[in-house]
Design a protein. Structure first.
Length: 273
């Protein structure tokens, strides 16, 4: 029997849209077949496809064999606008995605800021918990965590803290645009959360005492993530394998450019070969 594919398309509709803070919107989605959507939790990533202004429906080829090739072959002005997001939470029949709002320059940010019940997007989402879209994978028995990111990583950090078991210890640094964007994050683990101002993430961590045996996870703006990873590996001496790092966006480059660089064999985090 063929193995079940770990991803497929879901037609999502907005059930609720709420403004969590000045720069964060939570959109709760439903779908007829959401029972088949199986998040792996933690920093589970998914692809969302947004309609262009004026389109009634998002255009996404559904062929399971080569949806990506078919999507790329379509006119960029017509095909759904593809972006990457994190599953903040899943309940029976509902999935929450938290969108950092950075103004109208980004189609996804613009869409989220105006989302209303009944609006639709298409998701490429997981159908199995073990789907290859989760990066926070500490070795069994890890008890100490260093977690850092900006507002785009805040949904993943919230979901990671939801997942950490009692007995774990997490030192967490989160950079948000303004103090009103801080959230009340819960965890069974023993957590110490430090909220930092824009542009101060690396310097704040540089000045902190860190547990030497920690598993580290960092995500956010690519340049900041690169600098922080360098600090943890080169200056603090963490083993490379103990530092998970992901550029979630890059200043001055939309996701189309990052995708084009990645297809051209460049590092999408730096734009270099
Ligand atoms: C694995 C993964 C998980 C992610 N999870 C989330 C998530 O759960 N929530 C979330 O909000 N984001 C998340 N992101 C980041 C999100 O995909 C990007 O911010 C994306 O660029 C937003 O698309 P856009 O259409 O709004 O902007 P784009 O069209 O991609 O970019 C337009 C311009 O806006 C800039 N820009 C993009 N994001 C920001 C920002 N946050 N602040 C300031 N300027 C920005 C770009 O540099 C560019 O100049 C994730 C990214 C990855 C790779």
């Amino acid at each position: 029997m063929a193995a079940e594919a770990p991803w497929r398309f879901f037609d999502l509709h907005v059930v609720r849209a709420e403004r969590l803070s000045p720069h964060m919107a939570r959109v709760t989605f439903g779908a007829d077949d959401l029972g088949g959507f199986v998040s792996g939790g933690r920093d589970q990533r998914i692809k969302l496809f947004f309609p262009h202004p004026g389109q009634e429906e998002t255009v996404v080829p559904r062929s399971p064999e080569d949806w990506f090739g078919e999507w790329r072959a379509l006119d960029p002005d017509v095909r759904g606008i593809m972006r990457t997001y994190t599953v903040r939470a899943q309940r029976a029949g509902e999935v929450d995605i938290d969108f950092a709002l950075h103004g109208d320059v980004g189609p996804a940010s613009r869409w989220a800021g105006a989302a209303r019940p009944g609006h639709t997007v298409v998701a490429l989402g997981p159908t199995l918990a073990d789907n290859g879209g989760v990066e926070f994978e500490p070795p069994a028995g890890t008890g100490s965590f260093v977690i850092a990111g900006d507002e785009t990583a805040l949904p993943a950090i919230g979901a990671i803290l939801d997942w950490l078991p009692a007995g774990g210890r997490a030192r967490v640094w989160i950079e948000v645009p303004e103090p009103a964007d801080r959230q009340d994050l819960r965890s069974a683990a023993d957590t110490e959360i430090t909220w930092v101002e824009p542009g101060t993430l690396i310097d704040t961590i540089r000045a902190a005492d860190l547990p030497a045996d920690a598993y580290c996870w960092i995500a956010g703006e690519a340049g900041a993530v690169r600098g922080l990873r360098r600090h943890l590996v080169n200056e603090r001496g963490y083993d490379r394998s103990a530092v998970e790092f992901m550029g979630y966006w890059r200043r001055g480059a939309g996701e189309e450019q990052l995708l084009a660089e990645s297809l051209a064999g460049q590092n999408p985090h730096t734009g270099e070969d």
